[in-house]
Design a protein around this ligand. Structure first.
Ligand code: C2E
Ligand code: MG
Ligand code: MG
Ligand code: MG
Length: 277
């Protein structure tokens, strides 16, 4: 999560900006400005039931378009936002915006069950994180059960005690919790058993390799683990029909990926939904 310290990430960032920026401070200035200038926006990727094909959920994914029109992927700037603390206000904005979007879809009668929102460990650790979630729900009128927070295993590792109390409060509130990129971190299995987690998201690394002889093993394991623990399981990175079929055959509940639908702007998503009806 501290990608900012890696040279490669900053180089990539600089390249995609199309301008010469070496200083981290300058990068942050650009990011702060982009936030103020509303150069950050959300795209929404659909999730479906692998058995029925039914549209079940969405994941909100942030994007940054620079003044030059270059699209910068979140992996290149979320670490920066985390490092500078901008993630706090950025994260609150993402939550509100995604909740508003969900309410609009509900009003149009085309909403799925839930909207997934990625939450950074830095946000999650903030004292007022629960208040911020509550406020987003209150401001938008979205029912808590339709919001799903996606946290990575790094969150679960950061502090077990804090994690437990935060999760309990979120549960009380009625929001859903998914463990993102599951299988790539180092989480203890004991917490999965006792904590109120609703869903495991199989990392796309394990889906990519699924059509090789020994490829499906990890995805299968995670699916079985989830089922044993009474959790829903969704696979990320469903890029081909064979991925879908293999995952469905192993009993994985849901899928998300380019084969099903790319992250889309609101208007394109609405067409995607209407086309499926
Ligand atoms: P993630 O939460 O695991 O999101 C899934 C990523 O996989 C997204 O990348 C999505 O565009 C990509 N993806 C979806 N289907 C496929 C597929 O079939 N093939 C391939 N190759 N990729 C696929 P994206 O949008 O670039 O986001 C990357 C990461 O950035 C996210 O990973 C998440 O950790 C983080 N992120 C995105 N938006 C936010 C946000 O609003 N807040 C925070 N804190 N993090 C965010
Ligand atoms: Mg996610
Ligand atoms: Mg993921
Ligand atoms: Mg990820």
């Amino acid at each position: 999560r501290t990608k900012i310290h890696q040279r490669g990430s900053c180089t990539l960032f600089t390249r995609s900006m199309g301008i010469e920026i070496r200083e981290r401070a300058t990068l942050m200035q650009h990011l702060h400005k982009a936030f103020d200038a509303e150069r950050l926006f959300l795209m929404y990727q659909p999730q479906i039931d692998l058995e029925t094909g039914k549209f079940t959920g969405l994941e909100a994914l942030i994007r940054w378009r620079t003044d030059e029109g270059v699209l910068i992927p979140p992996n290149d700037f979320i670490p920066l936002a985390e490092y500078s603390g901008l993630i706090i206000s950025l994260g609150a904005w993402v939550l509100r915006t995604a909740c508003f979007m969900m309410v609009r879809l509900q009003k149009a009668g085309i909403a799925p069950q839930r909207m997934g929102v990625n939450v950074s460990v830095v946000q999650f650790r903030q004292d007022d994180f629960i208040d911020i979630v509550e406020q987003a729900l209150r401001d938008t009128g979205l029912q808590p059960a339709h919001l799903e927070l996606e946290i990575t295993e790094s969150v679960t590792m950061s502090s077990a005690a804090l994690f437990e109390t935060r999760l309990a409060k979120l549960k009380e509130l009625g929001v859903k919790i998914a463990i993102d990129d599951f299988g790539t971190g180092f989480s203890s299995l004991s917490y999965l058993d006792k904590l109120p987690v609703d869903r495991l998201k199989i990392d796309r690394a394990f889906v990519n390799q699924i059509d090789t002889p020994e490829g499906p093993r990890i995805a299968e394991l995670i699916t079985q683990l989830g089922k044993k623990l009474g959790l829903q399981v969704i696979a990320e990175g469903v890029e081909h029909e064979i991925h879908w079929k293999t995952l469905a055959a192993m009993g994985c509940h849901e899928g998300q990926g380019f084969y099903i639908g790319r992250p889309m702007l609101e208007e394109n998503l609405v067409s995607w939904i209407n086309l499926r009806k």
